[in-house]
Design a protein around this ligand. Sequence first.
Ligand SMILES: Nc1nc2c(c(=O)[nH]1)N[C@H]1C(S)=C(S)[C@@H](COP(=O)(O)O)O[C@H]1N2
Ligand SMILES: [Mo]
Length: 202
Amino acid sequence: MFVTKGFKGNRNNESIKKRTPPGQRVTDDFPVLTAGPTQQIALEDWKFSISGLVEKSKKWSYQELSNLGFQNFTCDIHCVTRWSKLGTTWEGIGMKRLLEQMVIDKAANFALITSYGGYTTNLPLKDLWEDNVFIGLKFNGEPLTPEHGGPARLVVPQVYFWKSAKWIKNIELISENKLGFWEKAGYHEYGDPWLEQRFRGD
Ligand SMILES: Nc1nc2c(c(=O)[nH]1)N[C@H]1C(S)=C(S)[C@@H](COP(=O)(O)O)O[C@H]1N2
Ligand SMILES: [Mo]
């Protein structure tokens, strides 16, 4: 019988295959992929804000987010460099719960996400309303390490993992799509792994 290390009983070869998008290979590792240096941000210095086409910008500290009560999330992640990691377990705050606190202008259609360190990425605003999109603060029950974006990163499982900005700082709601770091470099503006939207024009 085929058994992948780290997988428990009910996950057979067939279900792994079904959950793995075309051109991807499943790994149990958690590779670190960062353009530029790892950001070292003390918990008490980290803040996250939503700004742009909203009645009033809002900003949260780590303490303010944890006061909302962390939720559990389990998701599969797919990196455009062809590794996928299935069943990752996180604690964090659903993005929906933060967006619900905002008065959003009707003209807001897209989001430009900016990290500490200057990394950017873009998404249609409607993707941020998905139930499985969250700010991840713990991974496998432990505080998220700096290499993986700690204290806090965005996790957007429905698109390639480059959209999941580590050390997330701000989400700006905008009317017209603006490209982020990898999107400007020729990667797909959306990045659906099931459609293999790896590069612009795919
Ligand atoms: N701030 C920031 N976020 C980032 C990146 C980055 O370079 N800087 N790399 C992206 C890419 S290409 C991937 S695949 C994932 C990797 O996350 P990991 O290092 O936790 O595996 O983070 C994404 N988020
Ligand atoms: Mo990536």
